[in-house]
Write a protein that binds this ligand. Sequence first.
Ligand SMILES: Nc1ncnc2c1ncn2[C@@H]1O[C@H](COP(=O)(O)OP(=O)(O)OP(=O)(O)O)[C@@H](O)[C@H]1O
Ligand SMILES: [Mg+2]
Length: 308
Amino acid sequence: MSLLNVKELKVHYPIRGGFFRRVVDQVRAVDGVSFELEAGETYGLVGESGCGKTTTGRAIIGLNHATGGEIIFNGKNLSKMRGVDRRASVKDIQMIFQDPYSSLNVRKNVLSIIAEPLRNFERMSPGEELKRIQALVDRVGLNPESIYKYPHQFSGGQRQRIGIARALALNPKLIIADEPVSALDVSVQAQVLNFMQEIQKDFNLTYLFISHDLGIIKHMCDRIGIMYRGRFVEEGTASDVYNNPQHLYTKRLIAAIPEMDPEKRFEKMHLRQSINEAYKTDYNTYFDQNGRMFDLKSISDTHSVAVQ
Ligand SMILES: Nc1ncnc2c1ncn2[C@@H]1O[C@H](COP(=O)(O)OP(=O)(O)OP(=O)(O)O)[C@@H](O)[C@H]1O
Ligand SMILES: [Mg+2]
């Protein structure tokens, strides 16, 4: 059984207009997305800005209301649960955000930031709590004195480590990491990514890793889902997607990755040009008569593509 099963997830936002602010249309931010996560794997969600990655992640954890579809986590149907039951189940799902500064309360010190989830969900004596927080701070590689400091006293990479410590506090099973390193310097990015891989092993974590950076996704993920305008265009293992992309949109994304090898640069440039040409001429063949991307069709055990 998979740890997370997302079935036909839809998140539509109403667009209101006119004198009575009636709903005149819907933004289909996520429009029928299905995928599964196996325990222990890293699943990458990739696609251009506005394609619905964050909305998908937030709907899974319950920060966005799902208009339709089902979310089954650890055998429980979260979409049917409300209140206390849902809260207890989503305790096992934590989120790491893109901007570690705005996602940490600037008026609280690290101790209070990490203590918050513990106080919400676990009954610990102050002594136990302090011990737990000290262990977490140590695990994410910060000094013991850090717990009495405030977010502005840390660098971006350190702040992201505080966010990770907070996410780890309740021993979650699944972490949704939404662009966790996009706000960081390139040199710090690698450090944080490697650290995330380390703790994945230690804590037996499953990651839903959201990014628009295909280089990072390739480095981190076992399987990948490519999104475009609220739908999946392709899904497969990292090797399916990088070595054998099928959808024109995926090919275009892969061709846009800068080539490091100078000898291959010319070749890559030609590839990119021909894909861009094909994209211009064939673009419309990838949508049905309602302008909706086709459903995924499997072309191997691991690989599916949205084609007619
Ligand atoms: N509260 C909202 N009300 C209306 N539309 C929204 C709202 N939140 C998001 N959207 C729309 O939903 C779509 C998907 O947004 P989302 O934030 O999920 O994209 P994303 O893939 O995470 O993009 P990025 O890479 O820029 O973070 C966008 O078109 C966005 O404008
Ligand atoms: Mg986003």
